[in-house]
Design a protein around this ligand. Sequence first.
Ligand SMILES: [Zn+2]
Length: 153
Amino acid sequence: MRRIVQERPTRRRGEHVRVKAVVLLCSDPGFKAPLKALMRLLEVRSGEGDMPSVAGGVRDIASPSNDGDRAYVLGQIEKAVRLHHVGQVILTNHADCGAYGYLQFQNEDDERQFYAEDLRKAEKVLRDHLRGIGLKPAISKYFLDFHGALEIR
Ligand SMILES: [Zn+2]
């Protein structure tokens, strides 16, 4: 074999990294700008976030097409929380998402309501799952759209 990159990683061997947040994202690269601004606002700098990216973001937790998909995403978050001692999980989804089938809405408010509801569902499922194994990170929810990001309560 031949070394083609000469660059040190940001941690030492055996060192346990502490990650500030697990941020569940959709793999759609089109919402990087509002996401980046949101991370700046939440003070999760690059390298401080564990960012599992799956098609649909929270969709596979809230309304998965099968139980295996849900178990996979929950497992990824669970591992990140455990391995990296994470105190907060940030859940996201976004407007006009292909993993939801590019759903059509009467207006942007209807769309916001739909995705907000899916975020709430996902939070409940995730919270119940993590509590069941003794993990209690803070969970917050954000919807990314064509204007920026909305905090969902
Ligand atoms: Zn998407």
